[in-house]
Ligand binder design. Structure first.
Ligand SMILES: Cc1cc2nc3c(=O)[nH]c(=O)nc-3n(C[C@H](O)[C@H](O)[C@H](O)COP(=O)(O)OP(=O)(O)OC[C@H]3O[C@@H](n4cnc5c(N)ncnc54)[C@H](O)[C@@H]3O)c2cc1C
Length: 492
């Protein structure tokens, strides 16, 4: 990897490569794609250095927080597409979805025991973060994590950015270098040793090979001990669907993004977050595709450092520039924040002013207090909130503008900030197909003041930014949205 991208590589233990290892193992945990993937590229580099073949493990456990039929189905659709691709390309690809807790770990350890080196995805939240802290101590081979999450390498920041403005400054200083040092489109093309690896006979001892489960996804998922109430959604979890969504957005939404992104009725945002979350598409590809639609004559020389301000950096079409600020600055600030903070999912991480104001208003009377079940079932007095929750429950997503209102209101309708946070994380990560992401924590904690500043003081919220359903109704186009999702009967 070139120098700039060495900021993406984290060596997690001090083992030397196992000279008897038969292959290099790339464990695909979250950036689940064969293209534009720095971690896969790095694993290919190790395989070439050692003259060994590469084995790619893509697996899925059934024993993790907020496991649902929705997430499983989406993920397995992507794995099925991968299996077909890997067969065509004759890759050493092991695909496995566990039916019982523990099978995944056992498979990983067996594969690692015959490997020379292990490379996997760097990811700053959720179970991947925990695994990447634990396994390097348990496995006897070098364990590298490689960041293929965004444009600005995680190793480039030395502390958590406390605002988008601060991170935007870093992004503006590094954008051109990041963009001109991209991941390779097809890193597997560089793999020198393409020998077929005969995996040891006991690899699947007591468990079935992943192929079976991917042939009959609904049947397999329905038997798992996971939350079956949260049903699969219409969107397909594969890369082809992600590329299709990107193409549709460029055609229909990009040129009006800035103007119409906040109107739920317009549906002009990209909808890419589910596939960005599972790594089916890389942020680099999205940025590249979008930049190709800047007005004629635009090139990278038009970019001017603008001290962290939103405008005046890309100097292209304001719709495109606005979208880039979301997908680069707002998406990545959360990755960098979590990378530096192990309290990223706790209230302690809030800036002092936010925690202080929440504490000052902790005992303020609440006009409405709802239980988790009432919230989950859209049973509040607020039509817009209920509609947003219904969209989340049924379709696995909420329109961005309403997502902010949705989060803010839970703070107002629960007994204290701790309960509000618990409910929000639970609702988001259970129902949202893009949940369990650094952006889940950015979005939820933004409602509590992370990356924000103090506003005028008011009950319950204190100095946190406040949002109301009445002003939302006046501000954005919602008629069709409420027609579609808003027919839940109010509780009161
Ligand atoms: C309470 C709350 C919870 C949220 N939970 C999640 C979550 O679980 N997963 C998730 O990916 N996003 C979450 N967000 C951020 C944001 O709402 C979604 O990323 C966005 O709505 C996804 O829709 P889109 O792909 O059409 O976005 P677009 O507007 O098309 O933007 C393109 C991409 O930019 C990034 N992005 C856009 N807006 C934001 C933002 N405000 N913060 C961070 N990144 C952004 C996303 O990766 C998005 O896919 C949350 C926001 C809030 C307020």
């Amino acid at each position: 990897m070139k120098n700039f991208n060495s900021n993406r590589v984290f060596k997690r233990n001090n083992h030397e490569p196992n000279p008897d290892g038969e292959y290099v193992l790339y464990w695909m945990q979250i950036n689940r794609r064969f293209h534009y993937n720095f971690a896969l590229e790095y694993a290919v580099g190790w395989a070439n250095k050692l003259g060994k073949p590469l084995v790619i493990l893509e697996a899925f456990s059934c024993d993790y927080p907020w496991a649902t039929a929705r997430t499983h189905t989406f993920m397995m659709q992507g794995m099925k597409e991968h299996l077909e691709y890997a067969d065509r390309q004759k890759l050493n690809y092991v695909s496995f979805v566990e039916a019982e807790a523990g099978q995944y770990e056992s498979l990983l350890k067996k594969l690692a025991s015959n490997a020379a080196v292990l490379v996997t995805d760097e990811y700053p939240v959720f179970i991947m973060r925990k695994r990447n802290e634990t396994y390097p101590q348990e496995l006897e081979i070098p364990y590298f994590t490689v960041d293929s999450n965004g444009l600005i390498p995680l190793g480039l920041t030395d502390k958590d950015p406390y605002s988008a403005y601060l991170f935007r400054k870093i992004m503006q200083k590094n954008f051109v270098e990041a963009f001109t040092n991209p991941p390779k489109q097809n890193p597997l093309e560089d793999l020198e040793n393409t020998d077929k690896v005969e995996l040891s006979a006991d690899l699947y001892d007591g468990i079935t090979d992943g192929r079976d489960s991917l042939e009959k996804i609904p049947e397999f998922v329905s038997k798992l001990d996971i939350n079956q109430e949260v049903k699969p959604i219409e969107w397909h979890g594969g890369r082809q669907a992600a590329l299709g969504m990107l193409g549709a957005f460029i055609q229909n939404g990009l040129k009006v993004y800035d103007e119409k992104r906040n109107d739920p009725d317009e549906k002009k945002t990209s909808n890419l977050s589910p596939w960005l979350h599972f790594g089916k598409i890389s942020e680099y590809e999205v940025v590249k595709a979008v930049l190709e639609h800047q007005p004629a004559g635009w090139d990278l020389d038009k970019i001017t450092y603008n001290n962290g301000s939103t405008g005046g950096f890309f100097n292209g079409d304001p719709n495109i520039d606005g979208f880039l600020d979301e997908v680069i600055t707002w998406r990545e600030v959360g990755f960098h924040y979590a990378h530096h903070r192990d309290d990223y999912d706790r209230l302690d991480s809030l800036p002092d002013w936010a925690m202080e104001t929440l504490n000052n208003h902790r005992d303020d009377p609440r006009e409405w207090v709802y239980t988790y079940e009432e919230l989950a079932n859209s049973q509040t007095h607020d039509e817009i909130w209920n509609a947003a929750q219904t969209q989340l429950r049924e379709e696995g997503i909420i329109h961005n503008y309403l997502r902010m209102l949705w989060g803010k209101k839970v703070i107002e309708w629960t007994p204290d900030p701790e309960t509000a946070l618990e409910y929000l994380i639970d609702l988001n990560n259970t129902y949202a197909i893009d949940g369990r992401d650094p952006n889940s924590y950015s979005g939820i904690f933004w409602c509590f003041g992370r990356f924000d500043r103090a506003w005028q003081e008011r009950p319950i919220f204190g100095k946190l930014r406040y949002m109301t359903s009445d002003s939302t109704r006046k501000k954005v186009k919602l008629k069709q949205y409420l027609g579609k999702y808003g027919n839940q009967k109010a509780l009161l």
